[in-house]
Design a protein around this ligand. Structure first.
Ligand SMILES: CC(=O)SCCNC(=O)CCNC(=O)[C@H](O)C(C)(C)COP(=O)(O)OP(=O)(O)OC[C@H]1O[C@@H](n2cnc3c(N)ncnc32)[C@H](O)[C@@H]1OP(=O)(O)O
Ligand SMILES: O=CC(=O)O
Ligand SMILES: [Mg+2]
Length: 725
């Protein structure tokens, strides 16, 4: 049972109240009683508006459902007109350009990878904050980018054959982007600095310089005996590390022990898709981690490979510049915090009627309160050089919901005594009504917007749910190449550019959801830059280091300058529903689709409900490990619900499939001592019941979201098993 403290007319969970009182509020310059009184006023003013917006979502869904039921077949013109008439497609605002000020250079000047991390996991969150720099040697050695052919297996001890391949790849990368005036980095025997310029000795006895000398910008050590050489290409840094005594450096002609890559320039500390936080206890843990990141004192102690590790935030990096001046580069990423959306309520605070308050309002207040410590300089580190707070707001439907987020942020700034527009917003374009009205959405926050991003996973879930009554959907694997999705991606970039985002805000692309397929990522994810994205999401620091290589190859600003000339309207494409017209799937194909969705769904849900893990790596039926989160779960559950609704499969088939897949998932988790098997007591397993609900009640879930069922079942599991998170 949650214990509450009465604060004015609010009931605040004791755990949260004590945290705010003792840890979050001190040194913010805020008066505690005024703060709570202001929060109470905010909750009482904005809760009815929040609820009204959720009601409006239901109203639209009802009308869309009814339209499809009334219209056999798909008449595009009629459908478009209908959406306009009901206000689902809004009249477009006049042209405008965003006006956001005080935005960090990472956003306005640099293009680079964006890492996402569940903030409830301190060990991962600190790792993410430190992922600004990554070892290219480690990223290559540890992944499938380097094949195991020819004796290059990943062995427990260092495999010099694999090591050779890694070094060769890294030096070829240097040759491509930091070329020498002659020969190759592979032939360098010494790097030295002479009169502020880099000079290299080659194994043939000759010397060379850089083809473009401006790419050398600094060093560590002394000019004749360097420890590090610093380069800049396309706005991103590369550091060659030299140490002849190091085990790798010893075997290198020039003593090179590693090539460090500026990797994730920014990171999203996530409170949403990747997090399982269902009550005051969980939310306080989330907020405490965020506070620690803003105060610079978050730590995590753990044992890895028999070694005790105490992980802390990395300091900035120092170099000597070419004119002998000191250069300092950030040692950490620029952090955004992703709040939850407008849907859920939380029992961490109850209002004057004893009702749960909207969780998004609570996140807005508290994540900004923690970030005020960064604005005030209450940390040895600095996140924003421009005294800004960066919040990503997900899962908003249409411009009214964005206007609501703006109103919330205005009010929060007033409560926290922050200048107007200190809080910047990243708008996730991941719901259909936002895609169709993106320009209007951006307009509502034109003074604080710093990013738009295609969250194509949630967006796919919303596409399925919105058109549930239109017919059975195409198979999951076909979604990525479907017309609507392509149009959605293009519309996002062109709308961003059309509202003046080039050089002012990020136009982001979505997650690489196959964390172990790095070779494939290297082959494909450059496409995000070619499409005009100046950032794109990666699931791990290693992926960030590898994805950073794309930004050396492609100058996104140039790509964007070309795209800015395009004036295509993609609305017609966006409205092409992914309904399967050719439905002659074989029994095997149908079963394969059911198996695939059921396996990843169960593999994710069982850890969420029983263990409170919000993001997991789950093998699919082909044994490819997939990043699963609430958005991918939304797709799987809505797919199954859609096929069930249209009679492509029966309830019995779904149940048989879930039960069969539960056995496989149990087997996959057999080495986890904390795991609770779902088989044979399906009725006892709260996780299995949650999985069933997600499919069988999927059609009724608001916008097809998974969190109402996940939260309810997790709370039930915590209660039943007396779990402390
Ligand atoms: C639709 C959307 O909203 S997408 C956004 C939401 N998704 C995410 O945020 C994905 C974040 N990624 C993750 O949570 C993880 O990478 C997972 C769950 C996919 C895989 O996790 P694991 O199975 O533990 O990965 P794996 O064993 O390969 O690697 C673990 C190591 O990588 C690190 N790591 C993995 N992912 C991350 C990350 N996102 N940030 C920082 N470090 C990370 C861990 O700290 C750990 O290193 P350590 O032992 O030194 O601490
Ligand atoms: O949040 C990201 C998504 O794809 O959904
Ligand atoms: Mg999402």
């Amino acid at each position: 049972m949650t214990e509450y403290v009465t604060v004015g007319n609010l009931q605040v969970a004791n755990e949260l109240y004590q945290f705010v009182h003792a840890e979050a509020l001190p040194e913010t310059g805020l008066n505690e009683s005024k703060f709570w009184a202001d929060v109470e006023g905010l909750i009482s003013d904005l809760t009815p508006k929040n609820h009204a917006l959720i009601e409006e979502r239901k109203m639209f869904q009802k009308k869309v459902d009814a339209w499809h039921k009334d219209h056999d077949g798909y008449d595009f013109q009629a459908y478009q007109l209908f959406l306009e008439e009901i206000g689902y497609i809004e009249p477009k605002v006049e042209d405008f350009a965003i006006m956001t000020e005080n935005v960090d250079d990472v956003i306005t000047m640099q293009s680079g990878p964006q890492l996402v991390v569940p903030i409830d996991n301190a060990r991962y969150a600190i790792n993410a904050a430190n992922a600004r720099w990554g070892s290219l040697y480690d990223a290559l050695y540890g992944t499938d980018v380097i094949t195991e052919a020819g004796g290059a297996e990943k062995t427990a001890a260092y495999n010099p054959i694999r090591g050779e391949k890694v070094i060769s790849f890294a030096k070829a990368f240097l040759d491509q982007h930091i070329p020498l005036s002659a020969s190759s980095h592979k032939s360098v025997t010494k790097y030295v600095v002479i009169n502020g310029k880099l000079e290299v000795s080659l194994e043939n006895g000759e010397t060379a310089r850089l083809l473009d000398e401006s790419k050398f910008i600094g060093y560590r050590g002394v000019p004749g005996n360097l420890e590090a050489v610093l380069f800049k290409n396309n706005g991103l840094h590369i550091e060659i590390q030299i140490d002849e005594n190091d085990s790798i450096g010893q075997s290198d002609k020039a003593g090179v022990k590693d090539v460090l890559i500026e990797s994730a320039t920014s990171c999203i500390m996530d409170c949403e898709d990747s997090v399982a936080a269902v009550d005051a206890e969980d939310k306080t843990r989330v907020y405490r981690n965020w506070l620690g990141l803003n105060r610079g004192n978050l730590t995590s102690a753990f044992t890895k490979n028999g070694k005790e590790i105490n992980r802390t935030l990395n300091p900035d990096r120092s170099y000597t510049g070419t004119n002998g001046e000191n250069i300092t580069l950030p040692g950490r990423v620029l952090m955004f915090i992703r709040n939850v959306g407008h849907l859920m309520t939380t029992n961490a605070i109850l209002n004057q009627h004893g009702e749960e308050i909207p969780e998004g309002i609570m996140d807005g207040v508290f994540t900004s309160l923690m970030a005020k410590h960064d604005v005030l300089g209450n940390s040895p580190f600095q996140n924003s050089q421009k005294a800004s707070i960066y919040i990503v707001k997900p899962k908003m439907h249409g411009s009214k919901e964005v206007a609501f987020a703006n109103e919330l942020f205005n009010r929060v700034e007033d409560i926290l005594e922050l200048p107007r527009h200190t809080i910047k917003i990243g708008v996730m374009d991941e719901e259909r009504r936002t895609t169709l009205n993106l320009k209007n959405c951006i307009h509502e926050v034109k003074d604080r917007i710093v990013f738009i991003n295609t969250g194509f996973l949630d967006r796919t879930g919303d596409e399925i749910h919105t058109s549930m009554e239109a017919g059975p959907m195409i198979r999951k694997g076909e979604m990525k190449s479907s017309k609507w999705l392509n149009g959605y991606e293009k519309n996002n970039v062109l709308t961003g550019l059309g509202t003046g985002m080039k050089g002012k805000a990020q136009i982001g692309k979505g997650m690489w959801a196959m964390p172990d397929l790095m070779s494939e990522m290297l082959a494909q994810k450059g496409g995000h830059l070619q499409a005009g994205g100046n950032t794109a999401w990666v699931p791990s620091p290693t992926a960030a280091t590898l994805h950073a290589l794309h930004y050396h190859e492609i100058d996104v600003k140039k790509v964007q300058s070309e795209l800015e000339k395009e004036t295509v309207n993609y609305q017609t494409d966006i409205l092409q529903l992914p309904v399967a017209h050719n439905r002659n799937w074989s029994t095997e194909e149908i079963q394969e689709e059911l198996d695939n969705s059921a396996q990843t769904l169960l593999g994710y849900v069982v850890r969420w409900v029983d263990q409170g893990v919000g993001c997991s790596k789950v093998p699919d039926i082909k044994d490819v490990a997939l990043m699963e989160d609430r958005a991918t779960l939304r797709i799987s559950s809505q797919m199954l619900a859609n096929w069930l609704h249209h009679g492509i499969c029966t309830k019995q088939q779904i149940m048989d499939t879930l039960k069969r897949m539960a056995k496989i998932v149990d087997k996959q988790n057999e080495k986890d001592s904390a795991y609770r098997a779902m088989v044979p007591n399906y009725h006892e397993s709260i996780a299995f019941q949650a999985a069933c609900d997600l499919v069988l009640k999927g059609k009724e879930q608001p916008s097809g979201y998974t969190e109402p069922i996940l939260h309810k079942r997790r709370l039930e599991a915590k209660e039943k098993h007396q779990v402390k998170s």
